[in-house]
Design a binder for this molecule. Sequence first.
Ligand SMILES: Nc1ncnc2c1ncn2[C@@H]1O[C@H](COP(=O)(O)OP(=O)(O)O)[C@@H](O)[C@H]1O
Ligand SMILES: [Mg+2]
Length: 264
Amino acid sequence: MATAPSPAAEAPPLAVRDLTMAYGDNVVMRDLGFAVARGNIFIVMGGSGSGKSTLLRHMIGLQEPAKGEVFYGERSFTRSSEAERNEILRTVGVLYQKGALWSGLTLAENVALPLEEYTKLPPAEIRSLAHLKLSLVGLAGAEDLYPSQISGGMQKRAGLARAIALDPEILFFDEPSAGLDPVSSRRLDDLILLLRDSLGATVVVVTHELASIFTIGDDAVFLDAETRTQIATGHPRELLAHCSDPKVQRFLRRGEDPARAPAK
Ligand SMILES: Nc1ncnc2c1ncn2[C@@H]1O[C@H](COP(=O)(O)OP(=O)(O)O)[C@@H](O)[C@H]1O
Ligand SMILES: [Mg+2]
């Protein structure tokens, strides 16, 4: 009896295959491979200098692999032409480690920039979209302020409003809570969860902040600077409960020796 062919499993929105990253002859990480599932918040974790930011830059085309490929769905980003890459990057939003707002522009003007660059919307509509995005991140009423007039936490949220200006399918964050106090940092985590849910976006977060990792992470990869490769993947709480690698345990327990950690 003939049966309808089962539909091929959907390719993950983002995947890294057999990736080696290097600066000249200096290999930072080799043999990286993982897939980011749709709608997940995926954490890239590891100690400082392990290559987290370098990995993020590879995923958005700011650096080229020494070996291996980055995929968006079925498409190899690495093998794409510049025009194809731009088309893919149009569906991506990035919040860089150092806020990166234009200091000479108001918050509304900062958020309007990508809309002006990538859409043909009339100015009034761009203004109203910029206001909408700012209100989504809790900055209604701050549209006409300049970055220097607001706190670090508000600057991060304004950067986030700009990152979501074009309704991205994938959002990248590099150390979003760096330099924030614990309350602002928690607020940013809540906002990342809210945006993932309301935009239906897939989120990649580079961080070494344990509080964030356990609050927002659905899945994770651990980069180990010593062996220069990934030594664990999985849900952060599952890794905490079951990963047998002592380096991963030390990291997730903030340096505490797992053998002596109190039973939870
Ligand atoms: N522009 C660069 N040129 C050469 N080496 C670099 C450069 N940027 C980073 N590195 C090296 O690559 C490694 C990983 O850096 P990075 O990706 O910034 O780590 P992380 O974000 O995990 O702290 C580090 O050893 C760092 O010294
Ligand atoms: Mg970094």
